[in-house]
Design a protein around this ligand. Structure first.
Ligand code: 5GP
Ligand code: MN
Length: 335
């Protein structure tokens, strides 16, 4: 993978640039993609943002959202754009499998693929250029660095600042995780110069749900959360019947996995959701539990040290049993 510094000067106005992200994008994936989109357009390039799947309602306010293509929803049109692309920017994911049904198309594409990401153990062999830096708070921060080193930082505007702010805000847990470095605060101070409305951005992401979502959270915390005190762990396993009953849609379960971490002594929280096609895991830890290795080793996933995800085709019950078994094994390995 060649240095990211070589990319901007290699782009030409004749290029067709695609920007893509992981499936079911979060504010960092979508915010960094849209910020790069606005920047490249401002710089005179042709760019198109393609999300592998649909996205949560709490992202719909983002500037430029109306131009984003949902791959699953417009497969033929989106595939044609990917096939014609000369550059493909892959943001906020470490493995092409995170783009779900776009994976094969991306693998086959002759475009130069550029990785900009902060997850562990990236699939380096499929990218021709890029940067992978796990010390970065967010992909949004890395897009900011990309823009700052392009020589065109004068193209930053309120739209770019707003999208970057949303990404870094979400991935730092509203500026409280250890990844919130002085550089993050300096970047935010710089972006504040473009009149970004930080309180409104926070409210648009976190105070924008329907009543059913809060009632659903109450229900699952009461009836579906199990505390495994001997492992300082909490497990929430949500059956299909719950998500159906409360009309839960994309984005409604975002953040739910963090609730048990507010319990004194709980070091790790796991959330398992029965989706139609698979069972989806989320893992979060406060400090010493290595969520990335745990997800990678047992649940076909990965991510960061304190936040990871995984998936399985086994039933909900089988997953719960497997979790309890491997948690014991993993805890003894870590000691
Ligand atoms: P979440 O629990 O919000 O879905 O994901 C937490 C973190 O783990 C995110 O940084 C996400 O990119 C990563 N992650 C989630 N699911 C998977 C997965 O199936 N595979 C890999 N490699 N990473 C995942
Ligand atoms: Mn991210």
């Amino acid at each position: 993978m060649k240095d990211i510094q070589l990319v901007f000067s290699s782009l030409s106005p004749a290029d067709s640039i695609v920007i893509t992200m992981h499936q079911k994008p979060d504010p960092d994936a979508m915010g960094s993609s849209l910020a790069l989109y606005h920047f490249l357009k401002n710089a005179g390039f042709n760019a198109q943002v393609i999300s592998p799947t649909n996205w949560a309602d709490f992202l719909k306010w983002m500037p430029g959202m109306g131009d984003v293509i949902d791959f699953e929803n417009s497969k033929d049109h989106a595939s044609e754009i990917v096939q014609q692309a000369t550059w493909i920017f892959c943001l906020d994911f470490n493995n092409l499998s995170r783009t779900r049904f776009m994976e094969n198309l991306l693998l086959k594409s002759a475009a130069q693929k550029v990785l900009i990401d902060h997850h562990r153990e990236p699939q380096l062999d499929v990218f021709s250029y890029g940067i992978s830096d796990i010390s970065k708070s967010s992909t949004a921060e890395m897009i900011y660095d990309f823009i700052m080193s392009s020589g065109k930082s004068d193209l930053i505007n309120k739209e770019i600042g707003t999208c970057l702010y949303a990404g870094v805000m979400a991935d730092t847990g509203s500026f409280r995780f250890p990844s919130t470095t002085a550089s993050v605060h300096k970047m935010v101070a710089h972006l504040k110069g473009y009149d970004i409305q930080h309180s409104k951005i926070h409210a648009a992401v976190y105070d924008n749900f329907q009543e059913n979502r809060l009632r659903f959270i109450g229900h699952v915390l009461t009836y579906r959360m199990e505390i495994l005190y001997e492992h300082n762990t909490a497990l929430i396993a949500i059956p299909k019947s719950d998500t159906q009953k409360f009309h839960i849609k994309t984005g409604d379960t975002e953040g739910l996995v963090n609730y048990p971490l507010s319990i004194q002594g709980i070091e790790m929280a796991a959330l398992l959701i029965d989706r139609d096609e698979e069972r989806k895991w989320s893992f979060r830890s406060k400090e010493y539990f290595d969520c990335n290795t745990f997800a990678r080793k047992y649940f076909n996933g990965g991510g960061h040290y304190n936040a990871s995800g995984g998936r399985s085709l086994d039933s909900l019950e089988e997953n719960v049993a497997q979790f309890k078994k491997v948690l014991k094994e993993f805890s003894s390995l870590q000691q």
